[in-house]
Design a protein around this ligand. Structure first.
Ligand code: PBG
Length: 338
C-alpha cells in the first residue's frame, strides 16, 4: 500500500497494531479464538485380546488398545476434560467377510468396547462410526456388487449396524461411508428401534483423500483395499459447492451435527459449511495429518506441541465447533500446563 493512500495516512503513526501484541496478557485479552479441551473428540483404536497396546508404525504415539486399557485411557481423557471419544475397531481379519456381517453381531468388538466404557466412565460421550470398512474382506465401506459399492443394499446394512451399536449403548452415531440417503435411513431405523434421542454426527463432506492411509493401517483395511479407491462414494477434492449440497442434504435427512474431513487441507470447506449452514460443525484432523506433524516432530524438524496447538486453533478460526484429533490427550494436557 502506498503511504499516500487515505487509510494509511489516517492510521499511522497514531494507530500501531503492534501495541496489542506487546505482552502475553494483552495478546490473551484480545485473542479472537481459543482452544479448549472441551472442543476435542479423541478417536481411539480398539483391538481384541489381553495384549494391552499395539503400536501403529505410520502413527507414532498412537496405539490400539485392548478393552481393559481403553477403559483406563478414556477415564484419563475424561479427567483431562475431553467430552467424547470416537471408537474404531481393528477387527480380526478372520472375521471379515464380503458382506461385513460382523458389524451386526451384538457381541462384536466395538459393542463390547462401548459397554465397557459406558459402565466404567459413564460421563464421557461415546461415538461410533457407521460404515462397513472395518468388517469387509474387500475394505470398502459398503457392499460390493459388480465391482462398485451398491448404495441401497448398503443402506440396510448400515441401519442394522447403527441399531446394533445403539443397543450397545453408544451416545452418538457417525455415518462415515458417504452413501446417498444414509442419514435419513439411519434416523428412521433408530427412531423405529426406540432410539429417537440418539444423535447423528454425519461425515457430510468427506473427501476421497490420500490422507487416510495411516488410519487404514491402524484398522487393518489397507491390505484389503489394495489399489482400490473410494472415489465413487467419497467426494472429489476439486469440489466445494458439492460439500454444501451434501451437508444440506444430511441436515434435511436429520443430521444433528455435521463434519468436514480431512481438516487442514479443507479449512475453506469448514468455513463455508459453518457460515452457510449454521449448524454444529465438526472437523476431523485425520491420520495423515497427524502422521505428518508427528513424523516431522520426531526428526526435530517441528516443535510438536507448538504445531499441534497451532493446527487445532486453525480449525477454531475456520469456524469449527469441535475437532476430532489423535492429539486430543496431548493437546488437553498442553492446554492445562499453560
Ligand atoms: C471409514 C473411516 C475412515 C476414516 C474414518 N472412518 C477411512 C476411510 O474412509 O477410508 C479416516 C480417519 C483418519 O484417516 O484418521 N469409513
Amino acid at each position: 500500500m502506498s503511504r499516500f493512500t487515505p487509510a494509511f495516512q489516517a492510521a499511522y503513526p497514531s494507530t500501531r497494531p503492534r501495541r496489542t501484541r506487546r505482552t502475553a496478557w494483552l495478546r490473551d485479552l484480545v485473542a479472537e479464538h481459543r482452544l479448549s479441551a472441551s472442543d476435542l473428540i479423541w478417536p481411539v483404536f480398539v483391538v481384541d485380546g489381553d495384549t494391552c497396546t499395539s503400536s501403529i508404525p505410520s502413527m507414532p504415539g498412537v496405539f490400539r488398545y485392548s478393552i481393559a486399557r481403553l477403559v483406563e485411557e478414556t477415564g484419563k481423557a475424561r479427567d483431562l476434560g475431553i467430552p467424547a471419544v470416537a471408537l474404531f475397531p481393528a477387527t480380526d481379519p478372520n472375521l471379515k467377510t464380503d458382506d461385513g456381517r460382523e458389524a451386526f453381531r451384538p457381541d462384536n468388538l466395538v459393542c463390547r468396547a462401548v459397554r465397557a466404557v459406558k459402565a466404567a466412565v459413564p460421563d464421557i460421550g461415546v461415538i461410533c462410526d457407521v460404515a462397513l470398512d472395518p468388517y469387509t474382506s474387500h475394505g470398502h465401506d459398503g457392499l460390493l456388487i459388480d465391482g462398485d459399492v451398491a448404495n441401497d443394499a448398503t443402506l440396510d446394512a448400515l441401519c442394522r449396524q447403527a441399531v446394533n451399536q445403539a443397543e450397545a449403548g453408544c451416545d452418538v452415531l457417525a455415518p462415515s461411508d458417504m452413501m446417498d440417503g444414509r442419514v435419513g435411513a439411519i434416523r428412521r431405523a433408530l427412531d423405529d428401534g426406540g432410539f429417537s434421542g440418539l444423535a447423528i454426527l454425519a461425515y457430510s463432506a468427506k473427501y476421497a483423500s490420500a490422507f487416510y492411509g495411516p488410519f487404514r493401517d491402524a484398522v487393518g483395511s489397507s491390505a484389503q483395499l489394495g489399489k482400490g479407491t473410494k472415489k465413487t462414494y467419497q467426494m472429489d477434492p476439486a469440489n466445494t459447492d458439492e460439500a454444501i449440497r451434501e451437508t444440506a442434504l444430511d441436515i434435511a435427512e436429520g443430521a444433528d451435527m455435521v463434519m468436514v474431513k480431512p481438516g487442514m487441507p479443507y479449512l475453506d470447506i469448514v468455513r463455508r459449511v459453518k457460515e452457510e449452514l449454521r449448524v454444529p460443525t465438526f472437523v476431523y484432523q485425520v491420520s495423515g495429518e497427524y502422521a505428518m506433524l508427528a513424523a516431522a516432530s520426531e526428526r526435530g524438524w517441528l516443535d510438536r506441541d507448538a504445531v499441534m496447538l497451532e493446527s487445532l486453533l486453525a480449525f477454531k478460526r475456520a469456524g469449527a465447533d469441535g475437532i476430532l484429533t489423535y492429539f486430543a490427550r496431548d493437546a488437553a494436557s498442553a492446554l492445562r500446563r499453560r
